[in-house]
Each structure stands twice: as structure tokens, then as C-alpha cells.
Write a protein of this length. Structure first.
Ligand code: NAP
Length: 272
């Protein structure tokens, strides 16, 4: 569809569940920018045609990319930042004025934003899951100087590949392993998400100053975070990362930073 109003969108299959339109529209309205952001369903077989069609539309500023396209999209756009080698997944495509398309990944920086004030150099992180989001987490933690990462995953092969690709020191454990002592525990699996089984893990081995970070944002207070709060551990929920990655994409699409002073209102809207 060609339209003269500038717009961006999020593509995926399924896509109706995406919170991205709510976030970007909230910021566009607050800044009184005349532009649109919407959800657009794209099946895997349609991805290449979608990209070619949008490339020709100067009103299209770009798109966020969610499951299942984060890997396949890398073959269809240019990669000046070396995201393919560094992370292995893209979540944001930006159209340049000449119609060229640049792919990037804002998940990594979005993940790190809420914990960037702490010093992670030499520390030990344990991460559950080894999928697309986990790739961005490993890259971000490496950037932050993490000492080692233990990945707990049902596919040991995937987890080992992730550590090797990122050249990060670490090890891999099966899903039923006892949690090792760690400074940071991250859930990068869908366990605990509405409609999925809860993440059952005994937090006893974590020291009192450990941080527990759940990427899941629906529900916001997952069973993992509830268990961590019961032990008085510091926690970060998935909404911080969701808003953080969206903020970086918003700037790339619309050329201005979002009004973060309305964050509390936005969080309320997203959890309503
Ligand atoms: P993904 O690519 O499908 O990866 C999911 C990972 O979890 C895979 O390693 C998968 O194992 C594992 N897994 C799935 N079901 C499992 C189960 N029942 N038991 C054990 N392991 C299981 O998904 P993703 O994009 O990485 O997303 C993961 C989670 O992060 C989702 O809940 C998503 O909503 C959330 N997320 C949040 C943000 C945010 O901004 N807050 C951003 C991205 C993702 P296999 O490899 O064996 O399939």
C-alpha cells in the first residue's frame, strides 16, 4: 500500500499480539508527529515480496521485525554494522532516502539499558533459553564485559553455538540442572509467558545481591520474578527491554528521541 503519510510498522506471523503499535503511536501522539505505526501480517513466503514492495514506497520509514523473520530478513537488506556476524538476528529495518534498506538490532541495547548502570565486568550470568532474544542478550553482555555465561537450554547444541559465535567464556547445562551461583539470572525463554508453562527454578543458589531479569512481559510479574521478590532480590521485567528497543527504533524511523518522561503512563497503558 502506498501512502503519503510517513509510516513504520512491525511485521511477523502472528502479529496481532504485538505491543509495538501501542508504544510507537503513544510517542507519535505525545510529540504531535503526523505519522503512523501499525502491525502488518507477513507470512514467511511473502517476506521477499513485502520488502521489495515497501522499498519502493518513500513514505515507509522501515519496520520492526518479529518472529519468525528475524533471521531470514538478514538476506534481504544491507548490514553495514555487521549485525549478522555479531548477533545473528535483525529486529529493525530502516529505509534510506535512496531506497536502500539497512538492518540492525535494537534488542541488544534495549536489553542492556535497564542494567547499564551496574558493572558487569568479570561477573557470571546464567541465561535460560538459546533462541533469537538470547543471541541479543549474549552480545549485549559481552559488550558489557561479562566474565562468563552459563546457558540453560533444552538444545545444548544451539546454546554451545551461541557461546562460540559470540566468543564468550561459558558453559551449557540442561533444563533440569541446579542453578549455579551467579550475579545475574536471565530468562530468555517463553516459559512463564501467558499460555506457556511456568519457569520452575530454585533460586536458592543466587547470592543476596543477584539480579533477576525476565524478558517475558505478559504477564509482567512472572512466577520467576515473584520468587525473586520473595527472596528480596533485585528484578527487571520485560517491559523495560520492550520500551528500550522500541525507543531506539523510533529514533531511527522518525529522527527524534521518544518522550521518555511519559514512561510511567506508557507502562500503565501496556499493562492495562
Ligand atoms: P525463540 O527464538 O523462539 O527462542 C525461545 C527459546 O526458548 C529457545 O531456545 C527455545 O528452545 C526455548 N524454549 C521454548 N519453549 C521452551 C520450553 N517449553 N522449555 C524449554 N525451553 C524452551 O523466542 P525469542 O524471540 O528468543 O523470545 C524468547 C522470549 O523472550 C519470549 O517470551 C519473548 O516474548 C521474549 N522477548 C522479549 C523481548 C522484550 O523486549 N522484552 C524481546 C524479545 C523477546 P529451542 O531452541 O529448543 O526451541
Amino acid at each position: 500500500m502506498t501512502t503519503s503519510v510517513p509510516f513504520a510498522e512491525v511485521i511477523g506471523d502472528p502479529i496481532a499480539q504485538s505491543k509495538s503499535p501501542l508504544i510507537h503511536k503513544f510517542w507519535l501522539e505525545r510529540l504531535a508527529i503526523k505519522a503512523d505505526y501499525r502491525a502488518h501480517h507477513v507470512a514467511s513466503a511473502e517476506l521477499a515480496d513485502y520488502v521489495e514492495q515497501r522499498r519502493a514506497d518513500p513514505a515507509w520509514r522501515g519496520c520492526n521485525v518479529t518472529l519468525p523473520h528475524k533471521i531470514d530478513i538478514m538476506d534481504l537488506v544491507s548490514d553495514p554494522g555487521g549485525v549478522r556476524d555479531k548477533i545473528g538476528a535483525m529486529n529493525t529495518i530502516v529505509r534510506q532516502e535512496d531506497g536502500s534498506l539497512i538492518g540492525t538490532n535494537t534488542d541488544a541495547a534495549g536489553f542492556l539499558a535497564p542494567i547499564a548502570d551496574s558493572d558487569w565486568s568479570g561477573k557470571h550470568a546464567v541465561m535460560i533459553g538459546a533462541g533469537g532474544a538470547a543471541r541479543a542478550v549474549v552480545f549485549a553482555l559481552k559488550q558489557a564485559g561479562i566474565g562468563q555465561i552459563t546457558i540453560i537450554a533444552r538444545s545444548g547444541l544451539k546454546a554451545t553455538g551461541l557461546l562460540m559465535q559470540a566468543s564468550v567464556k561459558g558453559s551449557v547445562l540442561p533444563m533440569d540442572a541446579i542453578l549455579p551461583k551467579a550475579d545475574l539470572l536471565i530468562n530468555a525463554s517463553p516459559l512463564g509467558m501467558t499460555g506457556k508453562p511456568p519457569l520452575e527454578v530454585d533460586l536458592d543458589p543466587l547470592p543476596a545481591d543477584a539480579l533477576v531479569y525476565d524478558l517475558v512481559y505478559a504477564p509482567l510479574k512472572t512466577s520467576l520474578l515473584r520468587a525473586a521478590l520473595k527472596r528480596d532480590l533485585a528484578v527487571v521485567d520485560g517491559l523495560d527491554m520492550l520500551i528500550g528497543q522500541a525507543a531506539l527504533a523510533f529514533e531511527l524511523f522518525f529522527g527524534t528521541t521518544p518522550p521518555m518522561e511519559h514512561d510511567a503512563e506508557l507502562r500503565k497503558l501496556l499493562t492495562a
